[in-house]
Design a protein around this ligand. Structure first.
Ligand code: MG
Length: 255
């Protein structure tokens, strides 16, 4: 298992390998071969960014029985897109849009296992799907519930700016069939379930999505959320913990 960070230092954006609290800068994105540059940084002295800057985030809806509220589960994975402009990193603000606050729209976090594509992927099978996964990370599929219910599309509900916190780093070598997914709001646990309960597992998701959409290096897939996460408001802090990765923390502010 290796933890990779993407970070900003004095205006430069780099990738690095995290060991303990020390980041060793590497020459390029870690998807191909790389060298260490010899530069090291203390984790506390750098600004962590989302561990990748994806061209697209594919998210899967309705993928845990506990999130269905009695609705039948979909027979196939139910993908939707989140714009690249939704992506923020560890510690960045989740900004609730002004219009959502004015309309009293319910905003909820969704703790999700997120995976990072490491190899261009079209037409994967369940047997080879994991060959295309580089690493795993914590994802938060922030959602505006009333817009999700009432708009014709989920675009505003799922793709408002800052609605996809990802990080704090990405971790290789995990078994995606057995990872704990936890959400806390202001320290209080709201979600806690294992990916063994996914209705459609990671391999099925990759096969289904890549049958029609090219997954590019650095793209992110969020795999669905368990249970009922509750609402968030300006002033709250949301944590998503993914077993084997770590804790992604983001404050909530008003737009
Ligand atoms: Mg979701």
């Amino acid at each position: 298992m290796t933890n990779y960070v993407r970070f900003e230092n004095k205006g430069n954006i780099s990738f690095g390998v995290l060991e303990g609290d020390t980041v060793s800068e590497i020459s390029n994105a870690p998807f191909d071969s790389y060298q260490t540059t010899g530069e090291t940084f203390s984790l506390s002295n750098i600004k962590l960014l989302s561990p990748v800057a994806p061209n697209k985030v594919v998210a899967i809806g309705l993928n845990y029985k506990s999130h269905l509220g009695g609705r039948p589960g979909p027979e196939a994975p139910e993908p939707f897109l989140k714009a690249s402009t939704t992506v923020i990193g560890h510690g960045d603000d989740i900004v609730i849009p002004k219009i959502a606050l004015e309309e009293g729209v319910k905003i909820q976090p969704e703790a999700e296992l997120a995976l990072v594509i490491g190899k261009k992927c079209k037409g994967a099978t369940q047997a080879n799907a994991l060959d295309y996964v580089f690493a795993y990370t914590c994802g938060n599929d922030v959602s505006a519930r009333d817009w999700q219910q009432n708009d014709l599309q989920w675009t505003r509900a799922k793709s408002s700016d800052t609605f996809a916190p990802i990080g704090p780093w990405m971790t290789t070598g995990l078994d995606p069939t057995n990872i704990q997914v936890i959400c806390r709001v202001n320290g209080e646990e709201k979600q806690n379930q294992n990916t063994s309960d996914l209705l459609h597992p990671v391999t099925k998701i990759i096969e289904y999505v890549s049958a029609v959409i090219t997954l590019e290096v650095g793209d992110v897939i969020m795999t669905g959320t368990p249970g009922t996460p509750g609402d968030i408001h300006p002033g709250d802090t949301v944590e998503v913990e993914i077993g084997g990765v770590g804790v992604l923390s983001n404050p909530v502010v008003s737009g």
